[in-house]
Design a protein around this ligand. Sequence first.
Ligand SMILES: Cc1cc2nc3c(=O)[nH]c(=O)nc-3n(C[C@H](O)[C@H](O)[C@H](O)COP(=O)(O)OP(=O)(O)OC[C@H]3O[C@@H](n4cnc5c(N)ncnc54)[C@H](O)[C@@H]3O)c2cc1C
Length: 544
Amino acid sequence: MSDQQPQLTGPDLSEGVRADSLADGATLAGHAAGEPVLLARYGDEYFAVGATCTHYSGPLAEGIVVGDTVRCPWHHACFSLRTGDALRAPALRPLPRWTVERRGELVFVTEKIEPRDAELGSLLGASAASPLLASPIPASPVPASPGAARPNRHPASVVVIGAGAAGSAAAETLRREGYAGPITLVDGDPDAPYDRPNLSKDYLAGSAPEEWIPLRSPEFYRERGIDLRRGVRAARIEPGTKRVTLSDGFSLPYDALLVATGAEPARLPTPLYGGRRMHYLRTLADSRAIIAAAGEARRAVVLGASFIGLEVAASLRARGLDVHVVAPESTPLERVMGREIGDFVRALHEEHGVVFHMARTASAIDEKAVTLGSGEVLPADLVVAGVGARLSTELAAQAGLAQGKGVHVSEYLETSAPGVFAAGDIAYWPDPHTGERIHVEHWVVAQRQGQTAARNMLGAGERFDAVPFFWSNHYDAAIAYVGHAERWDRIDVSGSPAARDCTVAFRQGDAVLAMATIGRDRASLEAELAMERGNGRALATAVS
Ligand SMILES: Cc1cc2nc3c(=O)[nH]c(=O)nc-3n(C[C@H](O)[C@H](O)[C@H](O)COP(=O)(O)OP(=O)(O)OC[C@H]3O[C@@H](n4cnc5c(N)ncnc54)[C@H](O)[C@@H]3O)c2cc1C
């Protein structure tokens, strides 16, 4: 990706543009010295930063400016316009920036300022072609959320269990915030940390090479003095003596601990499939195994019409397999996304040749086929089950940490044991937007929780109050979802899912709890902002 020449649009900003051509809060995509640049105005100040998001290269000009920050339309990353710093996940790397000079009626983009520890970025090595590895992390502190104190605590040592979205973001944030003590990041997965959402999407479809999958290079951790121990599991936590025992016999003392063990796929009962190899998808190894099996397969059956199951179906179609999806519900994704999006997603997959067997379950699976309860027999060279996830909370339970639908944490993400934090899929936190304790399984939420937990280990006292966000991709349709609605009493649809242009608002009473959009990224960002500001009711009026 980084080998390609950047696409330049708009004016050459080094030649100057009229200052009054930008309204307050507006952006202009242009270029300077052959690089795409975003010029933005906040009040009477003008800023110039890189025009593409450092997460997945989303076009920032299609995002929104909030104060002196800009948010990416694709996955809601947020950057400082002033410093280029990545303020919110999923972006973990800063944007380059340029100086802006005002001369009379014109503003000129002039000198480029590299992100502050670019010398570390150059050490990232061979994988630099990955969009996720393409630019460095800032060494300077990232401001905590408004109202939070600057970090003021220095734990003697920090242990992070799980190098997934939450754990790896936490370890990086500790260093970014200036923590200089020992950090040990432990993961049972020999490949961690990597871009898990990609495992069911481009990587599985064959359109993203494996070099794009790691989140960081090994050098990245070495340079920052983060002791990454992969292929080693945490076997026991002892909150009393503040020690973690590892599967290789090591015992690590900690002053602050983050448990971020995520989830694993729910498994089908063994008698259902006898000795046949079933595929599940959580890890890079799982995705590699499906790719290997797909190479020799012609017909695949996907059990479960979950987000992951359907993304697998789309990726296997991209590899030319016949794909059948079997699921007990009548409409895919209806429980989470409602009927309209569910019907649209089904029709979209059917257009691409997927055959659905809804309101059906498998009654037997053998070496050659999947037999349904209805008696129908589906020949299958490859069977993938996407039938939900089971939270990996055993370690937390064994340590005596309070549990509900996950590990109970305070608004600061601290568990019932002082100094022990939990983040990501396992966190069961008091969500200020719904007024309820919730847990979600979203990439961006996990990263943001990891960042907040890290700052709170350092005494920041930062409440976790981010509005949940997730996305899912199906062929040319990207669904974005903000907020959280476990139940609703009305769904309002505006626009048309089939035209890839719609907003679906999930309402309870007169408030919008969550909003799904297709092709309306700006509306998704605006909904996120309204929910952050507690304007669910205003939002309800706006989308009615
Ligand atoms: C295929 C797939 C596609 C997805 N796509 C999307 C998407 O498009 N959008 C979205 O928002 N979300 C998506 N998700 C969900 C998202 O990936 C998760 O919500 C996110 O990864 C959760 O982060 P986490 O840090 O809590 O857990 P994880 O990322 O799962 O990391 C947990 C880590 O802990 C390790 N671990 C567990 N137990 C131990 C132990 N005892 N000792 C040491 N290490 C341990 C595991 O090996 C793992 O690496 C997807 C998930 C999958 C599986």
